[in-house]
Design a protein around this ligand. Structure first.
Ligand SMILES: N[C@@H](CCC(=O)N[C@@H](CS)C(=O)NCC(=O)O)C(=O)O
Length: 223
């Protein structure tokens, strides 16, 4: 079979792309990547022409495996875990829990995502005043991370001890806390530090920092 091709957005701005990319890399799965810079005509409406050409939903990431197009970041992560089962925790119940928190991220944290658009390389010098629904998302996030770290912390630095898809799902959130100078409890800060120290995450981050593209509407936030 030909090498799978992962179509992604630019690394500085595309949080959903980061999730799938991390899972594939952590799983040691060979793939090629094709970057489509986000923005321009059709952006925000799933109508970027170049994205439509590779993804039926008009959104990235999309993984082409032979003739099959796997879109939706979590579906790509699940495909990766079929090749590399250690991407999920080994215990069935813990694995179910890891799937639950990954789905919660995938389907939720709407206010946090709305107010903290992914911008890996940016650092705000102040903390914006978050609306109530964003504060609620942050409280839930810290409760979730804190609970998992309390239970699985003895097995490693990640949410379920060892690196898993749950960390791929939350890694972009760690960057958002850093970008927007969010007040972050110690346990959550330590978890973010573990993500930032991960060599595969660093590879993504370095590539994002070096990208030439600028997404004006994201850069304009809180200026
Ligand atoms: N639920 C999708 C969301 C994908 C998504 O929103 N991707 C953004 C880039 S991070 C996108 O393609 N946006 C194009 C647009 O808004 O037109 C997933 O998990 O893959």
């Amino acid at each position: 079979m030909a090498t799978p091709v992962l179509h992604i957005g630019n690394k500085n701005y595309s949080s959903w792309s980061m999730r799938s990319w991390l899972a594939l890399k952590w799983g040691g799965i060979p793939f090629e990547e094709q970057i489509i810079p986000l923005g321009g005509e059709g952006y925000g409406r799933s109508e970027i022409k170049e994205v439509r050409a590779v993804s039926p939903s008009g959104r990235v990431p999309a993984l082409h495996v032979g003739d099959t197009v796997i879109y939706e970041s979590l579906a790509i992560c699940e495909w990766a875990a079929e090749q590399a089962p250690s991407l999920w925790p080994a215990d069935p119940l813990v694995r179910a829990e890891a799937r639950a928190v990954s789905s919660e991220m995938h389907a939720g944290f709407f206010a946090l995502r709305r107010d903290m658009s992914c911008n890996v390389r940016r650092r705000l010098s102040f903390t914006p005043n978050w609306p109530a629904d964003t504060r609620t998302d942050l409280e839930r996030l810290f409760e979730l991370w804190g609970g998992l770290r309390a239970r699985y912390g003895s097995d490693g630095q990640f949410l379920f001890g060892q690196r898993s898809i749950a960390d791929a799902m939350f890694a972009p959130v760690a960057t958002r806390l850093r970008t927007y100078k969010v007040e972050t409890p110690d346990v959550a800060q330590a978890y973010c530090a573990a993500i930032f120290a991960d060599p595969v995450f660093k590879e993504w981050e370095a590539a994002g920092e070096a990208e030439p593209w600028t997404l004006e509407q994201t850069e304009a936030l809180y200026r």
